[in-house]
Design a protein around this ligand. Structure first.
Ligand code: HEC
Length: 102
């Protein structure tokens, strides 16, 4: 009985350690955790960033969420975490900011 509890604890902490290291190593594709380069990589395949640029300062985080979800439906391969990163990034980005605005 004692050993099985010990084993359980070992497995438990092992699982936690893997979970934590995954959380830290998860950087969005397209740049070392830089949402700007993620936009430039994921959002310029079908249209240029002008559409995105003109919307800076106009869309709330919720509206960006809806837009990005729609873009994902068109075929943008983003993970949920990357979507949230982009949404917050675009909602906070000041109008006219590089790299989204040329
Ligand atoms: C698979 C092709 C494709 C990719 C990749 C893509 N878009 Fe789009 N996007 C479109 C098309 C088509 C339209 C115009 C039709 C529409 O608005 O649904 C559009 C329109 C837009 C608009 C203007 C309409 C609005 O709702 O404001 C914005 C902003 C936008 N895209 C943002 C993005 C962002 C941000 C990304 C990256 C996450 C992205 N797009 C990636 C196809 C794409």
């Amino acid at each position: 009985m004692k050993t099985s509890i010990g084993l359980f604890l070992v497995i438990f902490f092992f699982a936690v350690a893997i979970g934590v290291s995954n959380a830290f190593s998860q950087t969005p594709a397209g740049g070392q955790g830089d949402p700007g380069s993620l936009v430039m990589k994921a959002c310029t395949k079908c249209h240029n960033t002008k559409r995105i640029c003109t919307n800076l300062g106009n869309k709330s985080a919720e509206q960006w969420d809806i837009t990005i979800t729609r873009m994902m439906g068109k075929g943008v391969p983003l993970e949920e975490a990357q979507k949230q990163t982009l949404r917050d990034y675009l909602a906070d980005l000041a109008p006219g900011s590089a790299p989204v605005c040329p």
